[in-house]
Design a protein around this ligand. Structure first.
Ligand code: IMP
Length: 178
């Protein structure tokens, strides 16, 4: 692995495909154990989590469902600021054990605005699995129940994550060279 270029920026190797898949196997093992006999519903947030969600889901041996949603933010009223809505959430969450699948939690803004909307539907439980978390970037603290890797506050691409649309198909995770 060496330095790569995406658009106008250079990125250096950070996590190998082997490191990522080993960590995902461990996470899947924990989930299998914690949700044994429960048939949880995984909700993967597009676009960034599509590869992580697929690889994680393949490793699970329990009965589980998965659906994919996209978050759209639009300007609400002045008092509410940005409003985030979910597109494609067609399953009733009432009484379900829900596991949100995110690629990366950065400031925590997205999930902090979106989670209360899901809780409104009264799931039996709601946990979060995130591949990456930048603890130093936290503005809105989010409890991440299953975390792949805590990473420095650097921009990363690859394994589903993009820089301005590109880089999602890179098998490893690269971080910005500054
Ligand atoms: P938050 O609302 O600040 O936690 O941001 C979450 C979203 O920002 C993620 O789901 C990503 O889509 C995007 N994001 C944050 N950091 C990065 C990064 O380093 N690379 C690519 N996308 C990122």
């Amino acid at each position: 692995m060496s330095i790569i270029r995406v658009h106008d920026k250079q990125f250096e190797p950070y996590l190998t495909a082997n490191e990522i898949s080993a960590r995902i196997k461990t996470l899947a093992g924990q989930l299998d154990k914690d949700y044994a006999g429960k048939r949880p519903l995984f909700i993967a947030i597009l676009n960034g989590s599509f590869i992580f969600a697929a690889d994680l889901f393949k490793e699970l041996t329990m009965e589980a469902e998965i659906c994919f949603i996209k978050l759209a933010s639009y300007k609400g009223t002045k008092s509410s600021g940005q409003v985030i809505t979910a597109i494609g959430l067609d399953t009733d969450l009432f009484g379900r054990d829900v596991v949100i699948v995110e690629d990366i939690v950065d400031t925590g803004k997205t999930l902090s605005e979106f989670l209360p909307q899901l809780k409104h539907q009264q799931p039996a439980s709601m946990k979060i699995v995130a591949l990456l978390h930048k603890p130093e970037a936290t503005v809105f603290p989010i409890p991440i129940d299953y975390l792949g890797f805590a990473i420095p506050n650097k921009f990363v691409v690859g394994y589903g994550l993009d820089y301005d649309g590109l880089g999602r198909n890179i098998r490893e995770i690269y971080k910005l060279v500054e």
